[in-house]
Structure formats: C-alpha cells, structure tokens
Design a protein around this ligand. Structure first.
Ligand SMILES: [Zn+2]
Length: 436
C-alpha cells in the first residue's frame, strides 16, 4: 500500500502533475514503492507466476492506474495472469492507459490517429511487446528518460517510465531480446536469460495495465547527455526527455530514436504487493492444505474401523462409538478448515489472514472438544485394558482385537503428538526468552 512518506512518491506526483497526468487515471490506494528503503532486501528479487518468472521492479515506484475490476475478476487476472513490463514514454503511457490497452500498429486511436511502427524499428512486426524483466523494459531503446526539476527542492532528477501489466499466459510468444545484446555477448537481466526476454502478442485484450512505474534518480546537474526535450504541454521547463521506442522492435538498438511512441494501451489497476505476497505465500499455502489432507486420513480410518466393529466390543460398547465420533468430527473439522483456507487463499488474496482468523476459532473449538473426547476415550480404552481379551466365545470381556488395538494405538499416538508439541513449544519459548 501507499507509503506516502517515501520521497519518491512526492517527486513522482510532482512529475505526473507537470505532465498533466489525469487524476482520473490514478488509483493511489495501490501505489507502491520498490525503492531500496521501501522494499526490504530480504524480499525476493524475482517471483514466478503461472510458470513464468518475472523480476521485481527494484528501485522503481508504482503509481497505480485504475482498472476494470469486474473484468479482472471475471478473468481471474490477479491470480492467473503473468506480470510483465512495457517500457515507453510518458505520452504513450497515458495513451495506453486512456485506451485501456496496448494497441497494435495500424490501429486507430480514439483521436483518429493511425499507429505506425516508429522509424528505426523492425517493420511488419505488428505485435504488442512486453517483457518479464524490468531491466529489459528500462532499456533506452524502450523506456524514455526525462530530466525533471522538482518545484519542491529545485533538485534535478532523471525519471524513466515503464508500464506494469498483467498478461494472459496463453497469449504470449516468447522470443529473445532484440537490442543486440546476444551479438555483444552481454547478458541483460541476471534473472531471465536473453533468449526469453521478450514476449509478443497480437491479442490486445490479453494485457491489462495496472501501474505506471517511475524510476526516479537524483541527477548530476552538469550531465544532460542522453536526454532530449519533451513536448512542452505542461510545465515544460521542468523536464527533458530522451527519445524512445515503444511497442516495436528497434531496427538498430543502439541508435537513438526520436519521435513518438506508438500508442499502445490498456489500463488496469491492482496491487502489486498483492501479487507479491500471494506469490511468496503460495508454497506455504499449498503445504498447509496438503498437511490438512494428510491429517484427515487418521479420522477417516477411525470412522471406518469404528463402524466396521461397532457391535464387536461388549466389554466397553463406548469404544467403537468413541472411534466413530472421533472420526466424524475430525473429518468435519478438517474438511471445513480445508474449504475455508482454500477459499480464502484463492479469492481473498491479500485478505488471506481472514482464513487464518476463522481457522483460529475452529482450532479453539476443536481443541476443547478434542481434549474432552480424548479423556473420555482414555477412560473407556485404558479402563478395560487389564481384563480385555480377544476371544469372541467369552463375550463378557471380549473386544474385537483390531478395534481395541487401533483405539489403543490412536490414544497413544495422540498423547505422543501432544508431548512432542509441548516440547517444541517449550523449547521455542525458552529460545525466545534467552534471545531477549
Ligand atoms: Zn520508497
């Protein structure tokens, strides 16, 4: 969520104001800063969504863009679509957001302008290009850089622009980078190989823009190389821009381009930390669900054995009933916990703590029942231990051997688990106490 204290937010807002970025396209609740102060180094540098790795935009600040939440919900965008970037200029970024999609060459914008592949880009490549690497998106061939002087402190900054998007996994064609790094034997991104840096598609609606990423760096006052003037629509004195490329592939990657970026657009909104937390938790979530499933096997076995031998224990008729109730309640509790967790993990996203809260209530109820029933079971099973025998011909103290031994084993197992849990809990408390 927005940590509005970070200086990057202030500078970014000033920059957006200076280019008259419409407030209607903003969604400040989902702003997020990935600068080195705001995004802890303990967090991952790259994450995987739907089998595709993407790189966290370390050092960048997101100014969220409004998205069509109904469409996102319909297509499960936040949980199943890939995260990618599109380096561009601030003008093209705005056009993309206004059109709510990245447009293809030859498309006609809402202002009647036909989009063309910019000079210097490979012709006939009529695709929308994105990348899972922030480094590649920020390449000078794609992302425009601006000089911006803050009205707040009169300092000069360099600002680069990249769009952050979600993209439908089955819509992309993965291809190598096209800025000539292979030829120069350079690796562009430390996380993603050159061969997989570029994604292209002709499916316009398969990309949802949800953030405008700005890379804000303090600038040496004397070094204005690489930067050229921006159109002077707004407070033109504040910035200059570098020529950029947009949606298309540069014919000569090292040659600087002037001219506009083709409008490509889309809009979106979302929370990034949303995706990050979900991605980071997914393995944990799956482990929890698997553990619940495995744990359910014990009550299922108890229920089955209790039912099979329900009339085979005249010495203590409560033993099969104890097993049956233990099994039924166990299945019910684990089944409910599993369902609640699954729903909260899948649907609630960042609110996955809701699942944890509900589960805590269940755990309390379960623990109360469990201890009461464990004590009752112990009385019934251990109480007949000295006199029980397994010969059906002597019905007075007979109990079916499998039933009794299973019940006995079940009790011992439970006491052992409790002892282990207590040992671990005590050790943890002692450890914390000693460390403190
Ligand atoms: Zn920050």
């Amino acid at each position: 969520m927005a940590t509005s204290e970070c200086e990057k937010f202030r500078i970014g807002r000033e920059f957006l104001e200076s280019v008259a970025w419409p407030s209607q396209l903003r969604k400040p609740a989902h702003d997020r800063c990935y600068c080195y102060q705001c995004y802890p180094s303990s967090h991952p540098d790259a994450l995987t969504v739907a089998g595709y790795k993407y790189v966290i935009p370390h050092g960048w600040t997101r100014f969220a863009v409004s998205v069509d939440s109904d469409i996102c919900e319909l297509h499960n965008v936040w949980s199943t679509w890939l995260i990618c970037y599109h380096g561009t200029s601030i003008e093209s970024a705005r056009s993309c957001v206004e059109h709510r999609q990245l447009l293809l060459p030859n498309d006609i914008t809402m202002y009647g302008k036909k989009l063309e592949i910019p000079k210097g880009h490979i012709p006939k490549e009529n695709y929308i290009f994105t990348t899972p690497s922030i480094t590649y998106a920020a390449h000078q061939a794609y992302a425009r850089a601006y000089h911006f002087r803050s009205p707040h402190d009169s300092r000069l900054y360099t600002i680069k622009v990249v769009l952050q998007c979600r993209q439908k996994p089955d819509s992309i064609i993965v291809q190598p980078e096209t800025v000539g790094a292979q030829v120069r034997m350079q690796r562009i991104c430390t996380h993603i190989p050159n061969e997989e840096l570029e994604w292209k598609t002709q499916h316009r609606s398969s990309v949802v823009i949800y953030g405008l990423l700005l890379q804000i760096k303090k600038c040496d006052e004397n070094d204005t190389s690489n930067l050229t003037s921006l159109p002077s629509s707004s407070s033109a004195t504040h910035y200059n821009s570098i020529p950029t490329i947009s949606n298309t592939i540069p014919r000569d990657p090292l040659k600087k381009l002037s001219g506009t970026v083709s409008p490509i657009s889309m809009s979106i909104d979302s929370t990034d930390e949303y995706s990050i937390e979900r991605d980071a938790m997914s393995t944990k979530q799956v482990s929890v669900l698997v553990m619940i499933l495995v744990a359910t096997l014990l009550p299922i076995a108890a229920l089955v054995v209790g039912q099979i031998y329900k009339s085979d224990c005249p010495i203590q008729s409560w033993i099969p009933q104890w097993m049956t109730v233990f099994g039924a309640v166990g299945i019910g509790v684990f089944g409910t916990a599993f369902t609640i967790l699954l729903i909260s993990f899948k649907c609630c996203g960042e609110d996955s703590h809701i699942g944890g809260c509900i589960t805590n209530c269940f755990v309390c109820l379960l623990a109360f029942f469990y201890f009461s029933w464990l004590i009752a079971g112990s009385v019934w099973v251990f109480g007949v231990r000295p006199s029980v025998q397994y010969d059906k011909r002597i019905p007075e103290n007979y109990c079916q051997e499998n039933l009794y031994k299973f019940a006995f084993g079940l009790l011992i197992t439970q006491y052992s688990l409790i002892a282990i849990a207590l040992c671990i809990g005590t050790s943890a408390c002692l450890f914390i106490f000693c460390v403190d």
